[in-house]
Ligand binder design. Structure first.
Ligand code: G6P
Ligand code: MG
Length: 222
């Protein structure tokens, strides 16, 4: 029986995935590395430093910077990103998310946040939904990032549940891989192509429906 939902943040609860993209593009421009939305799919769900590494590798510039310079570049991206998220408010919740979270709470389902973002807690606060979440996984405590299942296993653990008692919701390919590897029922938000590994997928958050998800999860054989 499903007793918990473990949510990704960026691109699932709010459209900060777009802000991450804009901030990385800005930094990419300064480093002379251009990339598009197709490449950006590979950055979703990936930690700040790992994202920078992927961009540098893509631009054949992995060795162009020292470790200290890389940290400075990642900080620069984050400062830019923080400016973009300054004015986030409850109006920035993606369509249907507010209703979905309230419906889950009303059904006594516990909620956990499993985001690789160190900006997660402040964003939840600005969105006005921090009180709906029972627990937040601290990404600083993780040994492995997505697609490793660690963050989702921790999310379930922090709720006092087994992974198979939880549903994971993601917009990143690496995130769906992580949920599946954790042994959780996976719900993907995105294109059919990028969400092909999800147990259930919707193209838009407004299509997320508690009854549909619980029915599909109940019939899921893993
Ligand atoms: C999420 C996003 C990634 C982002 C990562 C780290 O997983 O999908 O695009 O790079 O969090 O976010 P942070 O806010 O800590 O830089
Ligand atoms: Mg995401």
């Amino acid at each position: 029986m499903i007793k918990g939902f473990v949510f990704d943040l960026d691109g699932v609860l709010t459209d900060t995935a777009e802000y991450h993209y804009l901030a990385w593009q800005e930094l990419g421009g300064k480093m002379g590395i251009a990339f598009d939305r197709v490449f950006n799919e590979q950055l979703k769900g990936i930690s700040r430093m790992d994202s920078l590494e992927r961009i540098l590798k893509y631009g054949n510039k992995s060795r162009a910077y020292t470790e200290d310079e890389k940290i400075a570049l990642a900080n620069e991206k984050n400062e830019d990103y923080k400016k973009l998220i300054t004015n986030i408010s409850p109006a920035d919740l993606l369509p249907g998310i507010s209703e979905l979270l309230k419906e889950l709470k009303a059904a006594d389902i516990q909620l956990a946040l499993a985001s690789a973002s160190k900006n997660g807690p402040i964003i939840l606060k600005r969105l006005g939904i921090e009180n709906l979440f029972d627990t937040i996984v601290d990404p600083a405590c993780l040994t492995h990032g997505k697609p490793d299942p660690e963050i989702f296993i921790k999310g379930a653990e922090q709720l006092g549940l087994r992974p198979d008692e939880c549903v994971g919701v993601e917009d990143a390919e690496a995130g769906i891989e992580a949920i599946n590897a954790a042994g959780m029922f996976s719900v993907g938000v995105g294109s059919k192509e990028s969400m092909k590994a999800a147990d259930l997928f919707v193209t838009d958050t407004s299509e997320l429906n508690v009854r549909d998800i619980l029915t599909a999860a109940a019939n899921w054989s893993h």
